[in-house]
Design a protein around this ligand. Structure first.
Ligand SMILES: [Zn+2]
Length: 328
């Protein structure tokens, strides 16, 4: 398995994108929607139009494929294990550390938390680019109530602290913050103070909350990750307009959080692609409402439009931010 410490891993091609969060293990990339098979698995095709150097079925490359790197988000230990093997298979085809994974327990998977996380990270840390997803999600308490989410979060932070102090294993935090007012911020602030840290390394991804909370996260040293969920409403767009580009990163959160015509940010989307519903899937065609890393270009277009700057500037600054946090 190629490791993130390969010498080539610090190279960044500023004509390409880094998608800092994609759920490539999702069953939709195997053609399964709500438990029912709608079309053949097509992750290979999705990757070939998303990831530079990933060959199409006929062996050629898609010159339009926009991403140089994708971080695959995992929400449990079993997902992290599957993600490691998916990364290994993808990277052997691109001959580059194109993909890496997070490792941690998503707030909705807090019930699955196990201290075995520590040994798992000791065994695999060279192929893990971030701790996460971890955080709080008060929109989906049906999967894990507040107490269980808080307990899983605090347990993970103490493992992360121990990995740093006892084993010098330090990774950025890949944070999920949904409808949790300042609870996550308060916990991170006390973590920062109790560990004597000047700053926290990490990103709060899929951001859709207030400007005040975003600036509090930034004051801890964190970055803000943007995807389609960040551009839905007028007030989302106003928040994004107020955030400094130097603290932003681009992500798709595929297959979720696509940018839709009904969203406020849609007016800035450039090229409109042919898309079909999953039932009418055909080889090589994008699926309507199923996001994929190749659509990272749209996130950049909308951010550039909101800020009144060029797509090139967005790609370069956000790409450098992502390289510095995860890969250098
Ligand atoms: Zn998330």
């Amino acid at each position: 398995m190629s490791s993130l410490s390969d010498s080539q891993s610090s190279d960044f091609d500023s004509t390409k994108y880094i998608d800092i969060g994609a759920n490539l293990l999702d069953s939709k990339f195997q053609g399964i929607y709500n438990g029912s098979q709608k079309h053949p698995p097509d992750l290979d095709v999705v990757l070939s139009r998303s990831l530079a150097n990933y060959p199409r079925p006929d062996g050629t490359l898609d010159p339009q494929a926009p991403c140089q790197r994708i971080i695959i988000t995992a929400g449990s230990l079993s997902e992290s294990l599957s993600s490691l093997s998916l990364c290994s298979s993808i990277n052997s085809k691109t001959n580059f550390p194109s993909t890496s994974t997070t490792c941690g327990f998503h707030p909705t998977r807090s019930n699955e938390f196990t201290p075995a996380m520590e040994q798992f990270i000791l065994d695999h840390h060279r192929s893990i680019s971030a701790f996460g997803e971890l955080g709080l999600d008060y929109d989906r308490l049906e999967f894990a109530d507040k107490d269980i989410q808080l307990s899983s979060l605090n347990s993970q932070l103490s493992i992360i602290s121990s990995l740093s102090s006892s084993h010098s294993i330090k990774k950025p935090l890949f944070l999920h913050s949904r409808s949790c007012s300042s609870d996550l911020y308060d916990i991170l602030l006390s973590y920062k103070i109790s560990n004597g840290l000047d700053t926290l390394n990490g990103v709060v991804h899929s951001y859709d909350d207030s400007i005040e909370l975003a600036l509090k996260y930034i004051s801890l040293g964190l970055y803000i990750g943007l995807n389609g969920c960040s551009f839905r409403t007028d007030s989302n767009v106003e928040v994004v307009r107020g955030l400094p580009l130097e603290r932003l990163m681009l992500e798709t959160d595929a297959p979720w959080c696509d940018i839709r015509k009904s969203h406020e940010g849609w007016e800035f989307v450039g090229e409109v692609w042919e898309e079909v519903k999953e039932k009418k899937w055909k080889e090589g065609c994008r699926v309507k409402n199923r996001n994929e890393p190749g659509a990272i270009t749209r996130v950049a277009e909308v951010l550039a439009g909101i800020k009144g700057i060029s797509v090139e500037e967005v790609r370069k600054v956000c790409g450098e931010n992502s390289m510095n946090l995860f890969f250098r």
